[in-house]
Every structure is written in C-alpha cells, then in structure tokens.
Design a protein around this ligand. Structure first.
Ligand SMILES: [Mg+2]
Length: 230
C-alpha cells in the first residue's frame, strides 16, 4: 500500500492568483499592509505566509498571533468571494483528473493531500477547479501545522488513526511543484516526486534530489508508473 499525497497549488490546479489576492486583501485589512509583493507564496503554508510577510513589515510574533484567526477567517471569505466573482479561472492542471481516476481505481493506493493551504481554503480551491475534495481520504493541511516538514508525519498518523493502516515512511509519496514539497518528507524517508507545473523547472526540482521530477502530470501512464515504482 502507498499513501499518495498531492500538493494543491501548481500541482493539482492553477488558481490564477486567487489565493494571493485573497491573502493580500486579508493582510491589508488586519495588519494594514498586503505584504511585500516580491515575497513568494509557493511552497509555503498559509500561516507561514502571514508570519513571514508581517515580520518583514515589523510586526512582532505576538501581534501576528493575535491577528491570525481573524486573518484566516477573512482569507476564507476572500477565497469564496473570489471564486464567486468569476475573476479567477481556477482549473485543474493537465492530466490531474485522469491520474486521480487511475489512482482511485487501485486498491493498493490511498489518495491524500499534503498542502500548505488551510483546510477550508483547500476545499474551496479544489471545488472551484472541479475536483471533489472528498476523493482525498488522508490529508495534512497548513491548518494542521505552520511548518511544512511537520505535515508528512501528520498524514502518516492520520492514516493510522482513520484507516488503521500504518504506512512506513518510504510508502509515503509526496507530489508537489516546489523544493519545499520535495524536502518536507525527507526525514521520514518519504519518496518525493517533483512536478514542473508550477514556478520551478524540472532541472531546478532535480537539484533538490527528489525520487523523480516530471514536466507535468499529463502523461498518465508515466506518472502512474513513477508513483508505483517509487
Ligand atoms: Mg504548490
């Protein structure tokens, strides 16, 4: 059995800046500034984005923690409104629906999410892209921990608690578009598959020594083979 854990942004879907726009609006409302426009969101957890950008604006951790809950609430509202507005075309990336179908059809794979998105944000983005969030049975979200390297162990523990299946570290397959996805499961021995459908190239991803790096998830046979051999 393998637990196959997908990142969301840049891996399963593209939201054309919906997340960033919603975050910046919420940051401006709660902390008075949308944060440095050059700060990269990809590979970060939502709360890490808040902390990093607001530290750069000179806010203390106490002040950031005090505003976090309201920030997250406003961010979720912003996502919902952004989807409703039709301004952001949220779409699944090429091959995503096919590889999810192919994995779901197998009895030696459990599908899951490993994402920096807080749980409600993940569901809003997935639904907007036409991907049913309930397809993913074991998940670790940015709302479970601010620090991404903690997330693989959370997914592993959840699989044990909810499915009664104990996955060894090397049976965790982490699929994502950034070096942070590749690095996060290393201490557990998880297998990382980089996918260059976000802002990093195959060459850049390979520099972080994943099990494999693919240009995209478009070639279902190749992706499935890579996952099942990992
Ligand atoms: Mg990503």
């Amino acid at each position: 059995m393998r637990l196959v854990l997908f990142d969301i942004d840049g891996t399963l879907l593209n939201s054309e800046g919906l997340g960033r726009a919603s975050m910046q609006k919420a940051l401006a409302t709660v902390f008075g500034s949308p944060g440095d426009p050059s700060y990269r969101y990809d590979g970060k957890t939502d709360k890490q984005i808040v902390r990093d950008t607001m530290r750069l604006e000179g806010h203390s951790d106490e002040r950031i923690d005090a505003g976090m809950e309201r920030l997250i609430d406003l961010y979720v509202v912003g996502l919902q409104e952004g989807v409703k507005s039709g301004k952001f075309k949220v779409r699944p990336l090429p091959g995503v629906l096919d590889i999810l179908d192919a994995l779901e059809a197998r009895d030696d794979v459990v599908l899951g999410l490993l994402t920096g998105n807080i749980a409600p944000g993940a569901r809003i983005k997935l639904r907007a892209a036409g991907i049913d969030p309930n397809r993913f049975r074991v998940n670790a979200f940015g709302s479970d921990h601010e620090h991404r390297p903690e997330l693989p162990a959370i997914a592993q523990r959840r699989a044990s608690e909810t499915l009664g299946v104990k996955f060894a570290g090397e049976k965790l397959i982490v699929i994502g578009d950034t070096p942070a996805d590749i690095e996060c499961g290393r201490s557990l021995g998880a297998r990382a598959i980089g996918v260059a459908s976000g802002n990093y190239t195959v060459k850049e991803l390979l520099a972080h020594k994943p099990y494999a790096a693919l240009p995209s998830l478009a070639d279902t046979r190749k992706v499935l083979e890579t996952i099942m051999n990992a």
